[in-house]
Design a protein around this ligand. Structure first.
Ligand code: HEM
Ligand code: MG
Length: 332
């Protein structure tokens, strides 16, 4: 059976996470990294297996311990990722490219593509990664990071903060609408596109900073995480466990509804069918009934059992308000 999700941490304050037990090490041949600067950093410090092939339980422990994700955010992100990109039979997921190291694939149309897979979790308009359409949706992109710096200088006095995040988030969406004929921001991506832009503010700032310095990410520290996959030397994690606090501020600053380009660039058409940041219940329901069931239309045996269990872990973690659990593969 897939193990139950690990529990919350006992202590959730600031602490040294760049510690002797978790030294940064450069990549070895075959080590996998991907589109998430948080997970890349945790793997390069050994909070996650350094080869980048991990279990959901390891993800939950690592993001809580190393970067102070709260228990709910840790579980939600983990089971969304595992259902979309992981191997549900072996209980392994790649934090980057698809690999045989997650074990034998279930029958198509399952993908088991790892976090690099486009359209499950990974999506367009990332701050420091290009769009899939442009050829690389997972590597650090210096040109985009230069824009991150430019916006931090223009709107944040040289720091990335929520004001910068709101403007850069909007700019990246506009850029993708104007250049990517396949641009899509529906369902999960409508939620993560706003949520992820807050993470550098909430988690990449040293937890000892208080007052006016809280929530202000310096460019050297941002470079350390995004490019080098490394904690700044002597880094203390955030002083409180948290999640996507501030995502509503980013959305309300420039509210773009879920949607996609249809038939070419500059033709963004609203599409609420998979829900979005304002519709958590429709999002949950469609994610399980449409997105994941689309990958697993007729699972049998252990695969079916583990789908049901992992979808249950997701529902428990989300606990979407006034929203019934769905069972596209029946119940155990
Ligand atoms: C982006 C997965 C935890 C920070 C992403 C992306 C994925 C992902 C698939 C790419 C989405 C995209 O931009 O297209 C996960 C999973 C997590 C997790 C499954 C936990 C189980 C974290 C943590 C942090 C973090 C703990 C930092 C504290 C970020 C940031 C981005 C991102 C800042 C946006 C990168 C950009 O826009 O260039 N994550 N992540 N993530 N993640 Fe994570
Ligand atoms: Mg992306």
């Amino acid at each position: 059976l897939p193990p139950q999700p690990p529990g919350p941490q006992g202590f959730t304050g600031a602490k040294l996470v760049d510690d002797a037990a978790h030294p940064w090490r450069p990549l070895r041949r075959g080590d996998i990294r991907g589109p998430c600067p948080g997970l890349n950093t945790l793997a390069s410090h050994g909070y996650l297996p350094r080869d980048g092939v991990v279990t959901p339980a390891q993800l939950i422990v690592a993001v809580q311990e190393g970067l102070n994700f709260d228990h709910q955010t840790a579980r939600v992100a983990t089971y969304l990722a595992h259902l979309g990109d992981g191997n549900l039979v072996t209980d392994l997921i790649s934090i980057g490219e698809k690999t045989t190291r997650t074990g034998p694939d279930p029958p198509r149309p399952a993908i088991v593509g790892g976090l690099n897979n486009h359209g499950t979790f990974e999506g367009d308009g990332s701050l420091t990664r290009g769009d899939f359409f442009d050829g690389d949706n997972h590597s650090f992109n210096q040109t985009l990071f230069d824009q991150f710096i430019e916006f931090s200088n223009r709107y944040g006095n040289g720091f990335y903060n929520l004001t910068v995040a709101a403007e850069l988030r909007f700019r990246r969406i506009q850029q993708s609408i104007a250049t990517n004929p396949t641009f899509s921001m529906v369902g999960l991506r409508h939620i993560t596109i706003y949520g992820e832009a807050t993470f550098p503010v909430n988690f990449f700032v040293d937890g000892r900073r208080t007052g006016a310095q809280a929530g202000q990410l310096s460019i050297p520290d941002a470079t350390s995480f995004f490019r080098d996959m490394r904690f700044p030397r002597g880094f203390f994690r955030s002083a409180t466990a948290g999640g996507a606090t501030g995502a509503d501020i980013l959305f309300n600053a420039h509210p773009i509804q879920p949607g996609r380009n249809v038939g070419g660039v500059n033709n963004f058409v609203e599409d609420q069918s998979l829900g979005g940041i304002l519709e958590p219940c429709r999002f949950y329901t469609q994610f399980v009934n449409t997105t994941i069931r689309g990958l697993y239309p007729r699972p049998t045996g252990v695969l079916r059992r583990n789908l049901i269990i992992n979808a249950g872990f997701l529902y428990d973690a989300l606990s979407p308000p006034d929203c019934p659990q769905v069972f596209p593969w029946g119940q155990l």
